[in-house]
Design a protein around this ligand. Structure first.
Ligand code: HEM
Length: 412
């Protein structure tokens, strides 16, 4: 059988280096504009196609490796690789690693997480003074690190938190600046290499000092399996890192949105509202703003047959802001989640979906919901210059410039 490959339409005729330059300048605007102009299947380059329709998104995400893979044989591993982690594995190897971690992310463990979250908020609020201006992203990062490390490794990160935060910051800088070869001694590359060395040292100490006290953490599960040290280190690094920045970003976006919507802020103590608000925040500002796969055989989409080796991009940023699936898509309306979800199952995928969906999705949503709810109950965060806040699309969608004045209620 012969397969006819046809190239979907796209900006610049779907190829050309002009797209790369436009993309680098404003990735979110570029992707949104491309779909608006060319439809749900858009060529961004000769081997890159963006799929914006939930039907196609669903087909890609539920695939079990028959048509698309997450990490192809030829994928070059960057310096931030952690190649032995479950997240960076495929096939039977991935399946074994995912099964090993699954029990540590079960909903029964979330009561421990809530406890750590409440305690973290109490400590954070205790460290603030009335009238103090805080950098919200910075504060939420510290909280997410504390809660994340407690849940995943069974301990507070202590001084190791600095190494972890440093490595994540260096990766974010690398992924938000135009790509340069990793061997070039640029400041960003040098910073990254040093940060990764520090991270390595910190993880080695955390692993060496670890004692299983029966809490059923991911680190307990990893060590019980007795794999090579490098495998534990890669897994722990990716778990701590993926759970930390994304959750801190989601929390910061939610607090920013609540600052601009006092009517929603006032409802945060209502049953179910904090969860709806958390879902709505990651709809508008999905920390994972683009997800990709590579086709391993010809793939049909929108009447086109895309050849094997095509990189498929799916963007929660683009699809979550589409009026066809979310009426008044640009508005922060948590109540839309109280009335049920969107009309199409795969119009909302902040955590991906299918077999490779986020293993920490329930943990992250619960964490955001509990921390934001507790904060709203204890303090008022008065936004400072909210009009200057911007998303920075790095490896995660970071909020830039979210500051607030802390108002503590008077004791009466
Ligand atoms: C708001 C917070 C979070 C967001 C938005 C998020 C988003 C995502 C998305 C979209 C994927 C799928 C990527 C793909 O299909 O290519 C993913 C995968 C993953 N996430 Fe999360 N995540 C969050 C929090 C967490 C947390 C708290 C953890 C763990 C502690 C975590 C660990 C992982 C892992 C290990 C994978 C890879 C799963 C696999 O390959 O089988 N994430 N995440």
């Amino acid at each position: 059988m012969t397969v006819t490959h046809t190239t979907p339409p796209g900006p610049g005729g779907g190829r050309g280096t002009a797209n790369a330059a436009d993309y680098a300048l404003d990735p979110l605007g570029f992707l949104t504009g491309a779909v608006r102009e060319f439809g749900d299947v858009v060529s961004l380059s000769s081997s890159n196609v963006l799929l914006a329709h939930p039907e196609d998104i669903g087909r890609v995400l539920v695939d079990r490796g028959e048509n698309v893979v997450k990490i192809s044989e030829g994928t070059r591993r960057g310096p931030t690789g952690f190649p032995r982690a479950m997240m960076n594995s495929e096939g039977a190897d991935w399946e074994r690693k995912r099964a090993r971690l699954r029990p540590a992310f079960r909903s029964e463990r979330l009561a421990h997480l809530e406890e750590a979250a409440r305690e973290g908020v109490a400590r954070t609020v205790g460290s603030w003074t009335d009238g103090q201006t805080v950098d919200v992203h910075h504060e939420m990062s510290r909280l997410a690190m504390l809660v994340g490390a407690t849940h995943i490794a069974g301990r507070e990160p202590g001084e190791h938190g600095e190494a972890l935060a440093g490595a994540v910051a260096a990766i974010m800088r690398l992924t938000s600046s135009p790509r340069l070869p990793a061997w070039l001694p640029t400041r960003v590359n040098r910073d990254l290499r040093r940060s990764l060395r520090d991270l390595d040292d910190a993880l080695a100490v955390m692993i060496r000092e670890h004692r299983d006290d029966g809490a059923g953490t991911a680190l307990d599960a990893l060590l019980a399996d007795d794999p090579p040290f490098e495998e534990v280190r890669d897994e722990l690094a990716t778990l701590l890192m993926s759970g930390y920045e994304t959750t801190a970003d989601a929390l910061t976006w939610l607090l920013h949105l609540l600052g601009a919507h006092p009517e929603a802020n006032a409802r945060m103590d209502e049953e179910g509202f904090a969860r709806a608000a958390a879902k709505e925040a990651v709809r508008l500002y999905p920390p994972a703003w683009v997800i990709s796969r590579e086709t391993v055989r010809p793939f049909e989409a929108g009447g086109h047959t895309l050849p094997a080796g095509t990189v498929l991009g799916l963007s929660p940023w683009v699809t979550h802001r589409d009026e066809r699936w979310f009426p008044r898509a640009g508005e922060f309306r948590p109540e839309r989640w109280l009335a049920g979800g969107p009309s199409h199952r795969y119009a909302y995928f902040p955590f991906g979906a299918g077999p490779r969906g986020c293993i920490g999705a329930s943990m992250a949503l619960r964490e955001v919901e509990v921390i934001a709810g507790e904060l709203c109950a204890r303090v008022r965060l008065e936004p400072v210059a909210p009009e200057a806040v911007r998303p920075r699309p790095a490896l995660a969608l970071q909020p830039r410039g979210v500051r607030a004045v802390v108002r503590k209620p008077r004791r009466g």
